[in-house]
Design a protein around this ligand. Sequence first.
Ligand SMILES: Cc1cc2nc3c(=O)[nH]c(=O)nc-3n(C[C@H](O)[C@H](O)[C@H](O)COP(=O)(O)OP(=O)(O)OC[C@H]3O[C@@H](n4cnc5c(N)ncnc54)[C@H](O)[C@@H]3O)c2cc1C
Length: 553
Amino acid sequence: MGQNYEEVRDSADILIVGGGIAGLTAAVSAKEKNPDASVIVVEKQFAGYGGKANKGGGVLQYFDLDHMKPEDFLQYHVHAVGCYLGDQDTMLKYVAMNNEMIDRMEGWGISIPKVKMPTGPMTFMFGIDLDSCIKMTARAKKLGVKIYDKVAISDLLTDNGKIAGAVGYSLLDGKFYIFEAKAVMMATGSQNYRVSEMWSNGRGDGIAAAYRAGAQMRNTEFGNFGQLFRKESFHECVFGENNMYNKLGENVTKNFRRFPESDISATAIREWYEQMSEGKGPIYLHIPQMRGGGGGMMGEGRPYGQAFWSIQGEGEEEMDKDMEVVPGLVGEQSPIRVDGNMAATIPGLFAAGDSCYCGSGAPGAVPAPPGRNRGSGILNAVFAGIVGGESMAEFVKTAEQNKICEEQVAKLKADAYAPLEREEGCTAVDVIDIVQDIMCPCENSIIMSQHRLDICLRKLERAKALVPKMKAKDFHDMCDCHEAEAMVLSCEMHLKAASMRHESRGWFLREDYPQMDNVNWLKWIIVQNDNGEMKLTTEDVPIEKYPVQPLKF
Ligand SMILES: Cc1cc2nc3c(=O)[nH]c(=O)nc-3n(C[C@H](O)[C@H](O)[C@H](O)COP(=O)(O)OP(=O)(O)OC[C@H]3O[C@@H](n4cnc5c(N)ncnc54)[C@H](O)[C@@H]3O)c2cc1C
């Protein structure tokens, strides 16, 4: 299989998969640290235009380090957000680098008007214009980074358990690409299950490639971020959880939130679910109470973003009415396990940004981004891009190029083109429909119980059986098939890890285990491919070595 497709070979010291803000930051940082290292970026959309940093509000987390110590934020975050499940060393490093990161971004040409808006205890946000990735692409090219657009990486190449490169194919002409590299970084974004169109590029195929190659995954059960959406338009209602009312006119926010919090938590969605179950729904937001946010931050100094928002914006007159809201899953599974240098568990493999936010352990018991901190998505991607890019720049100074195994190349080529070469079969959409049916209802992915998780796992078997039967009609469709397969994998990792965690902690809520259990569950769940079988193990959070300890009552 696959022999009909022409092969293209290239090599570099460093191969970065994904040209979003994390991948581009890594490319620029690696080059700045080690100008002699050759760097390739491979992007399945267009570097500068793909990815998420250009899709949303463009806000950037800011810590006023002149008036606050990183340790103060860590205290708050560990108790109120991460719920003791975080890697506190990495979180501290992230906060401490805040001002340096903003300075470096400005140095790379990114426009950051310094209009501050408070977002919660100890944090502010700045606006960042939505063309940051266009600026970073130009910067990367100027430094000599080679960019391949419209090439999707399908698998990693390994040599005796170490990284040797990666393979993929052109979405335009189907040519098969074989990249040899000493270090490979997955900057491929998170898994969003193609639910919400603005998040639709989070398809998890980079996560799946790392999993297949044997990389460990961590915190897969925290890929269940949800938001309140307007029922009419499915428009996201950021901060709407502060003004929720039931059909009796009762303020139901008071049931789960007694003081200002940094951002939405799963408890808002649980409240929606309970009110609806008790027949007190629908749930409305009281709009007049929501006015006045944003200040000058959303407009000033961001011409590129303003043009985008003028197309996206809702009519003012509609904003005057109370609106019915429903919870919608966004997803954001980001589980590739990395250490504080963004090194994954396979030698030579690194990751950055949304592919490994929860896998880094830094945010703790929250899906990320935003991980209850608006503006931490872009900033974390920049953080991980700088740290990972510089780590790779050092790594390749002494690392040998591992051997490419031609047998492995041939097998991975056959795997990649299999959906196109099948005579008949089902579509990628058939598979995606099943996964969305499982993941989208908040009672399956956000407020869970063993009974419902078991039903979901049984339903997932139908999707798993269809994976080897998907048939593609062209190269884009073939990519859809790979992405659908990745969705099945992410869903399975979520359901199995969620079944294993017998407690509620942070964003993770189980109806049948409603309490946080620091005696038995101060543990990370690790998921790994063990010769084709999904193996789940636990690992104690090394809480005793961290500065912040659980409160004792
Ligand atoms: C609507 C929306 C609003 C947001 N608003 C904010 C905000 O205001 N502030 C904030 O901080 N964060 C925000 N975020 C989150 C933030 O944008 C992301 O956390 C951040 O951009 C992630 O960057 P990344 O490079 O890690 O991943 P991505 O931006 O997802 O980039 C990954 C790239 O990898 C490519 N890729 C994936 N798989 C492959 C493959 N197999 N082969 C080749 N290429 C591949 C993708 O095409 C993509 O370009 C928002 C996100 C969305 C969707």
